[in-house]
Design a protein around this ligand. Structure first.
Ligand SMILES: Cc1ncc(COP(=O)(O)O)c(C=O)c1O
Length: 431
């Protein structure tokens, strides 16, 4: 029995069976490659699920973990440590928002953001404003697995087994301004969006829809909350994906918060600490009034180790100029996928920003097959929304890695097309 077989047998007896794992045992990694128990290297175009921004074994992360583990790994939020303010300064400078609460994961940050919105609406009501408690979320949204998060997540499979979910959530058709206007009222305390939907298939909001959501929220004091857990922290070539959206009528300069549509609240997680669990809620000064001591908290969130690594990740992204790099390599990746699409009809759309990229196929079976065939060729990708191949590689990806992936995809689609035409020829012959 191999070590993998032993682990599989033990897990099947001991763990809740919530994951359908691929039968590979990963033990290490270097750069953009993750290494299995036999020493085989896999090109990782998924980076966890959008987590390992600096790839594997980056010296900045190793050094931060080693240094901080010698100094202090944990202290509760009853006391101060050196990391939170330093990290919060970096995050507020880069997002245009004013204050931060640190959590551990994406879903926990999102839960906190929902609580903040309800508390903020309560504060406004106490100040005489008319505002309700309803959330407007978007169709195809994904916000995580805890109760508030599944309640604001669109797909029934994530919500229905756990009903009744949190009440007061209505879903708006994606990018449908008329539907947004029809469902918005003073009953709404927050509009919830991902600037680029991740799990929903790498789908960006339109400029018009996002601007309308901002305007409607502002008109009543409701909050615009943008979930940047997958798209944020540099993945799209900007610190947050909302920074791609200009304020209507404002100068084209999007280098500061004066130039882009600013949410009232955003949430970050996944790549923020390069693989160490950490999440964050960021909000404006106005919104921060809603939380006072004792209203929200966490044992682990914003611990010294996670903060030290997150600081190292941000400083490395700056030092290695990885935002510009993600844009450049991401554009190259999309261009290569587009030229592949010209040769293979199975690719019906290519979209994304920076290193958050999708190639949509014309069939769910082919998408599943492609992920499996890529894995056989030692390349890790995944499939979301049934037909969408999703690429969330580390920000250190180089053009040569893109070329490797494109060559593999070309081979897979060619083989599939040959197979499909043989099948249909066989069918004709039989017919
Ligand atoms: C947009 C978005 N929000 C929230 C989450 C939940 O994050 P986590 O899995 O860290 O709880 C995810 C995870 O995929 C996500 O993509």
């Amino acid at each position: 029995m191999t070590k993998l077989d032993q682990i599989r047998a033990a897990e099947s007896r001991l763990l809740l069976q919530t994951y359908e794992r691929n039968p590979i045992l990963f033990v290490g990694g270097e750069g953009v490659h993750i290494v299995d128990e036999n020493g085989a290297k896999y090109l990782d175009l998924l980076s966890g699920i959008g987590v390992n921004a600096l790839g594997y074994g980056h010296p900045a992360i190793q050094e931060a973990i080693a240094r901080q583990s010698r100094a202090l790994v944990h202290t509760s939020n009853l006391f101060y440590h050196e990391g939170q303010a330093e990290l919060a300064l970096r995050l507020t400078e880069r997002t245009g928002l004013d204050r931060v609460f640190f959590a551990n994961t994406g879903t926990e940050a999102w839960e906190g953001a929902l609580k903040l919105a309800r508390a903020h609406a309560g504060l406004l009501r106490s100040e005489g404003k008319q505002i309700g408690t309803k959330f407007l979320a978007l169709e195809q949204s994904f916000h995580g697995r805890t109760f508030g998060s599944v309640s604001t997540t669109y797909k029934a499979k994530y919500r229905e087994p756990f009903g009744p979910v949190v009440p007061g959530v209505e879903f708006v058709k994606f990018n449908d301004i008329a539907d947004l206007r029809a469902k918005f009222s003073s009953e709404v305390c927050a509009i919830l969006v991902e600037a680029i939907q991740g799990e929903g298939g790498i789908r960006p909001l339109t400029q018009e829809f996002f601007a309308e959501a901002r305007a409607l929220a502002t008109s009543t004091g409701a909050l615009l909350i943008v979930d940047e857990i997958q798209a944020g922290m540099g993945r799209t070539g900007k610190w947050c994906a909302y920074q791609h959206y200009g304020i209507p009528g404002a100068p084209a300069d999007r280098s500061t918060s004066v130039g882009w549509i600013l949410p009232d609240v955003t949430t970050l997680a996944k790549p923020i600490a390069g693989g160490i669990p950490l999440g964050a809620i960021l909000c404006t000064e106005e919104v921060s009034r809603a939380f006072h001591a004792g209203m929200h908290g966490t044992t682990f969130g914003g611990g010294p180790l996670a903060c030290a690594v997150a600081i190292a990740v941000i400083d490395t992204i700056d030092k290695e100029n990885l935002l510009a790099h993600a844009t450049e390599v991401g554009d190259y990746f999309q261009a290569q996928l587009r030229s592949l699409a010209k040769r293979h009809e199975a690719i019906i759309d290519v979209r994304g920003k920076g290193l958050m990229i999708a190639a949509e196929l014309d069939s769910a079976d082919l998408a599943k097959l492609t992920v499996a065939e890529m894995l056989k060729r030692h390349i890790v990708i995944n499939c979301t929304s049934d037909t969408v191949l999703r690429f969330l590689p580390p920000y250190i990806l180089q053009r040569q890695h893109v070329d490797t992936a494109i060559a593999a995809l070309d081979e897979i689609f060619t083989e599939h097309a040959v197979y499909a035409s043989q099948q249909s020829a066989g069918g004709h012959n039989r017919g």
